[in-house]
Design a protein around this ligand. Sequence first.
Ligand code: HEC
Ligand code: HEC
Ligand code: HEC
Ligand code: HEC
Ligand code: HEC
Length: 473
Amino acid sequence: MNMTENKIGFLIVVIIVAIASVGVTYLLVNIFEKKTESKNPYIRLTEVTESDTDPEKWKTNWPREYDSYRKTAIATRTRFGGHGGSESLPEEKIERDPWLKRMFLGYAFSIDYRDRRGHAYMLSDQEQTQRQTKPQSGSCLHCHASIMPLYRELGNGDAIRGFEESYKYSYNELNQKLKDSGHAHPVSCVDCHSPNNMEIRVTRPGFIQGIQALAESDAPMPLPSIEQWRKGSRKEPYEPNKEASRSEMRSFVCGQCHVEYYCASNMKLTFPWGNGLKVEGVEKFWNETTFDNGAQFFDYTHKETGAKILKAQHPEFELWSQGIHARSGVACADCHMPYMRDGASKVSDHWVRSPLLNINRACQTCHRFSEKEIKRRVDVIQQRNFDLLQRAGSAIMALLDAIDEAKSKGATADDLKKAQYFQRKAQWRLDFIAAENSMGFHAPQEASRVLGEAIDYAWQGTLAAFNWKEKTQ
Ligand code: HEC
Ligand code: HEC
Ligand code: HEC
Ligand code: HEC
Ligand code: HEC
């Protein structure tokens, strides 16, 4: 071996070492990046604050979540989910099911009540509905806009106080204020995330007050943090943002809006949860509620029969709470915002929509059946619910016919009290399942139970109307 050969050999070794160390460094950097990525899956390029209701501002830091969030503007359709009708306007529910329209006579819902669609439309659909031809309250905006900064403004910094003032404004007045303050956006990042650390959180006062009343009740709930709070001193109210588990929070964020509520200009927006989330618990809550003039609470007077009726609104959170998935700790976000892979990281799909468009990620993570089989199981549940719903609709139409007939034969309001009492109970139950948007899927057995009761009460009411002359009530 001469010197030149030695030198060349040495050089080769140096080059190999250099290449190897570049490789090792690359690997280490890569591992480090992956670790930080799973812990802190974003690099903050711009600051976002509590007042940044415009999602564009958040896009720079979280482009993947933002991109999927924007897709809520895309039309979706499944057999019962998404919406029919055109892109300019979803289909009328009250025309598809004429018994709905007759049930709502005397109320704005008999004028215009359509299929829901994606989150991107929530504010414009609310502005456009013909229900606005009747005066509506500023409370409507609680669930259709990114409204927290406006609540803080109305309450001089105190959002709850601002919220409690907001029902006194007319819808148009408050919506104008929202526009003037630059916050006229549909549900936005800041509504479900803390801008400081991106943790999910609830912001809506209606939900916070409702869940606190629920915690204070003794209704059994499949929510471990509430059970835990009940065992404590109960001196401080239950605080969902501090006490709820991450899994519970993955449903609470949706429970801010997908719930039964009362919203008008004579009372603040109320989530009726003080006696639990079951249909009769909520009914009891409303029956115990009185207006300022002392009269028993009701939503509207039925135009044909004069009965004081309760209207149910989309109780997804309530029905979900009664099903096997809630009991098993499966959250709304598990099915409606499942993870998608993006390279090495997992991103929650912010294209909130029907999970049936996404069975692979929404269901097959837990259920090891083929997509076809899962779809069939859902079909069976929904078809049974649909059939029972139609029967309950016919039963209530028979009750209305019977009351009309009794009236035509001279029955007075007093003679028909009992029939009206059953109409209120029957309609409340039918509407609870009809207004819920999963066609029974969120809790199939509970949905059948409620519809069974609706049918029973409708026929008891019909009997009472036939026998109006026997004033035994
Ligand atoms: C186990 C999975 C699962 C869970 C958990 C779940 N859902 Fe659903 N949800 C479904 C299915 C399935 C449907 C029916 C979709 C269809 O008919 O296309 C549905 C329908 C809906 C719809 C109507 C969808 C549409 O496209 O019109 C809404 C709104 C909804 N769910 C909200 C919620 C909320 C809020 C929660 C939590 C309180 C929740 N869901 C929990 C599976 C789930
Ligand atoms: C507690 C939250 C909440 C409040 C308050 C609320 N909404 Fe909604 N709204 C929802 C949710 C959730 C949906 C989607 C589910 C559905 O359509 O059943 C919806 C759907 C709608 C739709 C589209 C479907 C339809 O019904 O035609 C309109 C329009 C609408 N709301 C108008 C209003 C008006 C007007 C008010 C005030 C009287 C109001 N909302 C108050 C939560 C709310
Ligand atoms: C309706 C509530 C809601 C809205 C609105 C919302 N998110 Fe989320 N987001 C969630 C939920 C639920 C998760 C899952 C969090 C968990 O499991 O800890 C999530 C997770 C995230 C995460 C953590 C990583 C991931 O993908 O799981 C980021 C980042 C994020 N969202 C960004 C955004 C941005 C940016 C916007 C606005 C364009 C937004 N979110 C709007 C509910 C929401
Ligand atoms: C700030 C109130 C609000 C929050 C929070 C919210 N939603 Fe909605 N959601 C609405 C309204 C309002 C609509 C109906 C919009 C319309 O029809 O214009 C809607 C529509 C939907 C639809 C129907 C989509 C379609 O394409 O037909 C689904 C599914 C849904 N929401 C699920 C959820 C889930 C799951 C969560 C929690 C991760 C959630 N929502 C959080 C108010 C809300
Ligand atoms: C995070 C896990 C998880 C996800 C995601 C999930 N499920 Fe389930 N599902 C369960 C558990 C747990 C049960 C209870 C039965 C059991 O233990 O197997 C269940 C039960 C069911 C049942 C039987 C219901 C009954 O009343 O007996 C059906 C049907 C079902 N799931 C369909 C679905 C569909 C459709 C989806 C997607 C939209 C889905 N599941 C998503 C965990 C999950």
